[in-house]
Design a binder for this molecule. Sequence first.
Ligand code: UN1
Length: 499
Amino acid sequence: MITLTSEEKNLKNFINGGWIEVSNKEKVYNPANGEVLAEIPNSDSAAIDMAAESARIAQKEWARVPAPQRAELLYKVGIKMKEQKERLSQLLTLENGKVIEEARGEVQEGIDMAFYMAGEGRRLFGQTTPSELKDKFAMSQRCPVGVVGIITPWNFPIAIATWKSFPAIVSGNAVIWKPSSETPFMAKALAKIFEEAGLPKGVINVVYGSGATIGQAMINHEAIRVISFTGSNETGRKVATECGRQLKKVSLEMGGKNAVIVMEDADIDLAVEGILWSAFGTSGQRCTACSRVIVHKDVCKELENRLLKAMKDLTIGDGLNPNIKVGPIINQAGLDKILKYIEIGKEEGANLVTGGKQLTVENYENGFYFEPTLFSDVTIDMRIAQEEIFGPVVSLIEVNDFDEAIAANNKVKYGLSSSIFTQDVNRVFRAQRDLDTGIVYVNAGTTGAEIHLPFGGTKGTGNGHRDSGVQALDVFTEWKAVYVDYSGKLQRAQIDTDA
Ligand code: UN1
């Protein structure tokens, strides 16, 4: 167990470079033992008005700072994150529950993003292209959008914040950030790092509060021109509808129903390792988590047996204990949702092979633990094979051949991540072509995205945008086409082309 300092516990909004007290507060709990960790602001919409006004003013100056200098600041942020990596990781486990090794991995993901986006400050490439007219120059360039709003979830409270805020900041925007109320420490830590690195006041603002009040106020505020959201499909749809009404650009990442496909020629031990890591790591609370295993009939029973055996070795408990492999679920609502799906699975006729129950861990009786769970005899149309459960629950779906496996993978409303275990190179290339997800893995599980590639997906997972990678810049920039005529005469496009 780690002890929070009084400074770490002191959670305030960060607006215009100042830490602002809010009188209305709510409690934040440690998912490992149910204890209160601190109190966080439950802000009202006036905080967004204040943040938006400071961001609007700050952004004008920030956009004029040369991008390589903006990038240097991000580089400093990366260095500071690196120096503070261990403390950040412990705080992350404390508020989120994920095991410490994974917390370190998540913080590293943020550090990687800082250095990667710092590099973008010397690129931010546009294009030059020939003009159709003589003595005329044509180019396109990226411009900041202005003030952008980011709404981030509790499951990757620092990594996802960096995927969104770093590209926004390097490309000259100011940011208003509503972190999840479950995970306020990462938001405070990152804001503080920005402050220490010397980011001008108002370029990043953190406002704690509910989606209904703060999220809605961000969407409604006319100064905020982009909303980048990661969360549930249900909330994402509402965000998109509201943003659409106000002609506001919106980028959504709304989860997945990700599958590992295991063909009859697969290395079964490797497949079991991949499934174990991507299904039960982070207690299944990743957008990319494997929640379906689509397996060829010839190896289905063997895979089930080996998976079951491997699941017995999963240790469950407080993520700060380095011997623990599966930490708690985020809160009671998360547990209730998982329990609801266990009942649904049973009613639908799936076979509950193991797990399915809330778990009490000795000395952590008030923590939110759930047994790693395996269902077999699942068919693709069952709700447990269609809907996002966000917990350590896996469904085994048997198929007859490769084509059926691909079809089963694609027959869900989500499209984030997928994976195939096979030794056949022809199948590898057909699979990467035909799996209709934004991320495809070969001979690895469904998690493990790296920050310099685009993160996001098709269908119900998103709306065509991507987090991280160079593609994230598209969310936070507008394209400007610039024509410079140096002929000294009027040249009419499409008309004077023979002159
Ligand atoms: C998420 O679950 O929302 O690929 C993010 C992964 C991590 C990021 C997950 N790098 O699983």
